[in-house]
Design a protein around this ligand. Sequence first.
Ligand SMILES: Cc1ncc(COP(=O)(O)O)c(C=O)c1O
Length: 414
Amino acid sequence: MAVTARPALDAQKLRADFPIFEQKIHGKPLAYLDSAVSSQKPRQVLDAMNVFYETSYTNVHRGVYTLSERATDAYEGAREKVRAFVNAPSAREVIFLRNATEALNLVAYSWGLNNLGPGDVVLVSELEHHSNFVPWQYMANRTGADFRMLPLDEHGELRLDLLDETVGDGNVKVVATNLVSNSLGTISPVEKVAAWAHERGAIYVCDAAQAAPHRTVDVQALGCDFLAVSGHKMCGPSGVGFLWGRAELLESMEPFLMGGHMIRQVRFETTTWGELPHKFEAGTAPAAEAVGLGAAVDYLTDVGLDAIAEHEHALAAYALERLADVGGITSYGPPADRRAGIVSFNVDGIHPHDVAQVLDSEGIAIRAGHHCCQPLMTKLGVAATNRASFYLYTVPDEIDRLVEGLHKVRKILG
Ligand SMILES: Cc1ncc(COP(=O)(O)O)c(C=O)c1O
């Protein structure tokens, strides 16, 4: 192992918690370098969901019988874990949804439809995932607001010096950016963006899909108004994520989805809405998934978010250093000290899909594509990149294997 920093966590030991690593792919141990797309799941999460299904399962917030109360307690217990995880002032500000995409759409629709209009400005950045881009672009078009993009510098970092210029004298109403970029690993100083937005009378929406799994996220310290997270990227199951929002904003908003559970009273003439968080949780809740997410929060908290961030940071630095030695590699994004555990690169003259396919034959899983960031790809002047992304179970040996794999790619296809 060539990583010089003392390891803050024992990734090799943690791997034993993840059954997926017990298999081989094409006869080789699985090197899963695609955690930014979705993380693997530890036994602790799988067991928590299994136990819930075997002992406590029924619909939540419905019955008055014992099982129903048990299920509801488990679901609401998970909400409290999530509240503590992001240091939200109140659990009623935590809305369980399918994923970050749904959370961002909820804000764009429920807040945007009633708060945006001609003369207003919606500001995103060139670094956004489509989930934090398309809903805002759509809502701006639909309401007649202006849709603007904050440019990036040559390292893929936000040009905060251009905030005023990008907006001009437009009435900026909402600023939406990610905290960690899924494409480049850029960690953005969103506290500054939030403070700027508030000075201009705008709200700030934080896409924390790539941040919450990997570093401490504190909604109060960040100063955001909304925060979107996906459970499946943070060792939790797919099918659950959450939105945190400031209570006074959530209270002022119309529901996003309507139906069972989100109402106070339904009459032929009109319907009134339930209290937070129920107003935004229409239909049968993802109860077992929320329980799994609660177990994931426990797991990550136990390992330590600072230790995870430090571990991934060391891996990113190591990967950038080793990739530079391969030759014929163009890498994208900020220097190692300003990025999370994500490394995007291209092998000169070889399509990313071909690179990923050769690596797969070595048991190495990386992502190849536009990473749902086509505006960023346009900015970089490429159609796609390769992306290796790391997590608490990633070991330096997997990066060594990636580098050996890339030598093979160049030999076969170069
Ligand atoms: C930065 C970022 N935002 C939003 C999303 C959307 O997450 P999901 O597909 O879980 O809704 C992703 C997924 O890759 C992401 O990386």
